[in-house]
Design a protein around this ligand. Structure first.
Ligand code: NAD
Ligand code: LMR
Length: 338
């Protein structure tokens, strides 16, 4: 039997054992790029999420093995693997949340923008399929450069007449995860209690952690705050260099992607006060897209929250990041509209 029928029948068996009667709503999540460095652990984490009833795993290579493997885990969701372009439509049909970690990662010496030439086309193609097969899905864009891929997605959806700014998210959760970890280490507070908003975008200086708003409060010197900010901004590069040519962050990204997708699902299910940082269409600054805290709800973005009070250091960082973020956004728009 094919992997697909194997995984479907195995999971229908699980559903017959009673999960289908639970009060938790049915929710389909599709992972595009599911067999990649991020895709595999992210697919595992989504399989562990009890809010997911159907998990569609799509990749252009190695999908059958990943789907068969993940499908044996005895949790609620039915897993189906989709292995070729011809199957993309089926992978997307009925999806509530689509997570996109498809595309090439950085090697040492590269910027995220160096990935544009390859990833822009990949993201464009996938978003065209989303517009056709699941135009109401919440799209979680992980593929880099996020500062450009999100505007590309928006333009593709506009062209298809399906664009809803409430449903398009650049995933910047890894910046928040890093800021929390690094802050806890310096502030000597329990990491699980830490909260730090990270705003702006997702590349170098466009990543702006707001440590002045970090909780629990700690009296950190200006020097320490400067170092923490730089480490958060360079967190991706730290991993790229440590992996020495074998890719970029995958495990921490899968964790971050799973946190963000879970927040989207909770919002869709009507859980109140679900707030995460994300790169979304925004009026918080003069830029058309900007990452800030966002309240998630039944239609995706319920409210884009403001920046709150900034320190002088953060105000300066905000002004410095705008030109780079603006040009990355414009590059994405230009690519998609040409
Ligand atoms: P990877 O090369 O390990 O995996 C990418 C996967 O995408 C591969 O399995 C490949 O077959 C698949 N793919 C390529 N084209 C596809 C298409 N058209 N349709 C479906 N699948 C396709 O790379 P990775 O380490 O998983 O990273 C993926 C992307 O995520 C990169 O662009 C990377 O820069 C980005 N990333 C973003 C963040 C973030 O915070 N937003 C963090 C880490 C990595
Ligand atoms: C990250 O922040 O880890 C990702 O954007 C991957 C990268 O290229 O740094």
């Amino acid at each position: 039997r094919s992997i697909k029928s194997l995984t479907t029948s195995a999971s229908s068996h699980i559903l017959r054992r009673g999960y289908a009667s639970e009060a938790v709503p049915e929710r389909k999540v599709a992972v595009l790029g599911a067999a990649g460095g991020i895709g595999q652990p992210l697919s595992l984490l989504m399989k562990l999420n009890p809010l997911v009833s159907n998990l569609a795993l799509y990749d252009i290579a190695n999908t059958p093995g990943v789907a068969a493997d993940v499908s044996h885990i005895n949790t609620r969701s039915e897993v189906v693997g989709y292995a070729s372009d011809a199957e993309l439509g089926k992978a997307l049909e009925g999806a509530d949340v689509v997570i996109i970690p498809a595309g090439v990662p950085r090697k040492p010496g590269m910027t995220r923008d160096d990935l544009f030439n390859i990833n822009a086309g990949i993201v464009k193609g996938l978003c065209e399929a989303i517009a056709k097969h699941c135009p109401k899905a919440l799209v979680n864009m992980i593929s880099n450069p996020v500062n450009s891929t999100v505007p590309i997605a928006a333009e593709v959806f506009k062209k298809a007449g399906t664009y809803d700014p409430k449903r398009l998210f650049g995933v910047t959760t890894l910046d928040v995860v890093r800021a929390k970890t690094f802050y806890a280490g310096k502030a000597m507070v329990p990491v699980a209690e830490v909260n730090v908003p990270v705003v702006g975008g997702h590349a170098g200086i466009t990543i702006l952690p707001l440590f002045s708003q970090a909780t629990p409060k700690a009296n950190l010197s200006d020097e320490v705050i400067t170092a923490l900010t730089k480490r958060t901004q360079d967190g991706g590069t730290e991993v790229v260099e440590a992996k020495a040519g074998k890719g970029s962050a995958t495990l921490s990204m899968a964790y971050a992607g799973a946190i963000f997708a879970d927040a989207c699902l909770k919002g869709l299910n009507g859980v109140p006060d679900v707030i995460e940082c994300s790169f979304v269409q925004s009026t918080v600054t003069e830029l058309p897209f900007f990452a800030s805290r966002v309240r998630l709800g039944k239609n995706g973005v319920e409210e884009v929250l403001g920046l709150g009070p900034l320190s002088d250091f953060e105000k300066e960082g905000l002004e410095k990041l705008k030109p780079e973020l603006k040009s990355s956004i414009e590059k994405g728009i230009k690519f998609a509209t040409q």
